[in-house]
Design a protein. Structure first.
Ligand code: AMP
Length: 198
């Protein structure tokens, strides 16, 4: 694994632990010589991550739409900034460039990015792993919602369980390394069978 794309808050969160674990995660990436791809911002946990990684010798690429650069939230100290035309194009570019995805706590932007990767994994348009760094149980409500989706028959168990979750940076990186993607064919044939049985 050479390049990880990290999704995380453009805010800092109220508690110090979010920032501290983001720093620890960046240090662990740098120690393994894993490059960072991220949204390119100079705000919130995004900035913490990029700054810590660079302070420990890591390489950072930002991908940012022009309209956000115009609002002056671009990080001007990173190694490479790729400018794109839209938020959609940014996600496409992130998906192409990264070997794996990690989400740290964040808001709507982070949720959108998590959802995009999970949907593409489900359709097997991507077989790159996604892991949530569940700092202070931040994603517990989302995980409970996904479990509800499984028990109500809207999310398949194998797709739910392909999402890696870890409380701790080192364990998360180990789990990413041993990921195997879900087989697509069985899911499609099950969907057809269900619909015909309906
Ligand atoms: P949020 O989780 O809503 O704070 O949004 C952060 C995530 O969405 C990041 O992973 C970014 O890729 C994207 N994003 C949303 N807002 C911004 C912003 N102001 N600057 C840079 N990226 C942003």
């Amino acid at each position: 694994m050479k390049r990880i794309c990290v999704f995380c808050g453009s805010s800092m969160g109220y508690q110090r632990i979010y920032r501290e674990v983001a720093e620890e995660f960046a240090k662990q990436m740098a120690a393994r010589k894993i490059d960072l791809i991220y949204g390119g911002a100079s705000v919130g946990l995004m900035k913490v991550l990029a700054d810590t990684l660079m302070a420990h010798g890591g390489h950072v690429t930002g991908i940012m739409p022009q309209h956000l650069i115009d609002k002056e939230v671009a990080h001007d100290g990173i190694h490479q900034m790729i400018t794109v035309n839209s938020m959609a194009e940014r996600k496409t570019q992130m998906l192409e460039m990264a070997d794996a995805f990690v989400a740290l706590p964040g808001g709507f932007g982070t949720l959108d990015e998590i959802s995009e990767v999970l949907t593409l994994m489900q359709l097997r348009l991507s077989d790159k792993p996604l892991a949530l760094l569940n700092i202070k149980g931040y994603f517990d409500y989302l995980l409970r919602f996904l479990d509800h989706g499984v028990s109500e028959g809207f999310i398949r168990e194998e797709h739910r369980s392909s999402l890696i979750v870890s409380l701790e940076p080192k364990a998360l990186l180990q789990k990413l390394n041993s990921f195997t993607p879900v087989e697509m064919d069985k899911w499609i044939s099950d969907l057809k069978t269900e619909s015909h049985a309906g």
